[in-house]
Ligand binder design. Structure first.
Ligand code: SF4
Length: 168
């Protein structure tokens, strides 16, 4: 039983996440958005964002596919297919109807721009990823993720600094 509990605790510290979802966490940390409101999709965004902000997720693995946020989401079918779609300006501006396509496009571009950080399927220490992002992330790379938010670049770097303070 002790062994099982140990494994459960260890598992909880590893975050499997899409690169653009991780950029969202950094932005949320910068603006102190803990996502305390109920999530209409029932996904794990809020709880994992709070765990990240609280310094609980000490290891990280990037993926372009289903991540720990997606797993309980109402829009995930069969455990591997997101059926959410856009009915707003995103479709017209960026040419993506399905969120799955938009996300895959963003995540593979982020991976290609910074492969030593946003590498897929390799477990890394959170603090190493944060320090590498502080050194190597640029405004141009942040903007490969097309979704615009107020002062996105500045807030992403503020989030990195805050996260480094939590995880050092
Ligand atoms: S990408 Fe799709 S499945 Fe994942 S959290 Fe967003 S809506 Fe849900």
């Amino acid at each position: 039983m002790q062994f099982l509990n140990y494994n459960m605790r260890m598992e909880k510290t590893i975050l499997k996440i899409k690169p653009h979802h991780f950029l969202d966490f950094l932005y949320d940390l910068a603006i102190d958005n803990r996502h305390n409101e109920p999530n209409p999709y029932n996904n794990n965004n809020g709880s994992l964002c709070r765990d990240f902000i609280d310094g609980k997720l000490t290891r990280i693995v990037f993926t372009p596919f289903v991540d720990d946020i997606c797993r309980p989401c109402k829009k995930l079918i069969g455990g591997n297919r997101c059926i959410d779609y856009y009915d707003d300006a995103t479709t017209l501006c960026y040419g993506f109807r399905y969120k799955n396509d938009f996300n895959y496009h963003a995540d593979t571009k982020l991976n290609a721009a910074l492969p030593s950080v946003f590498m897929f399927d390799v477990e890394q220490d959170m603090i190493d990823v944060l320090k590498a992002l502080k050194e190597r992330l640029t405004n141009e790379i942040i903007n490969l993720y097309l979704w615009k938010r107020p002062e996105r670049e500045k807030n992403t770097f503020v989030g990195i600094e805050k996260a480094i303070a939590h995880y050092k």
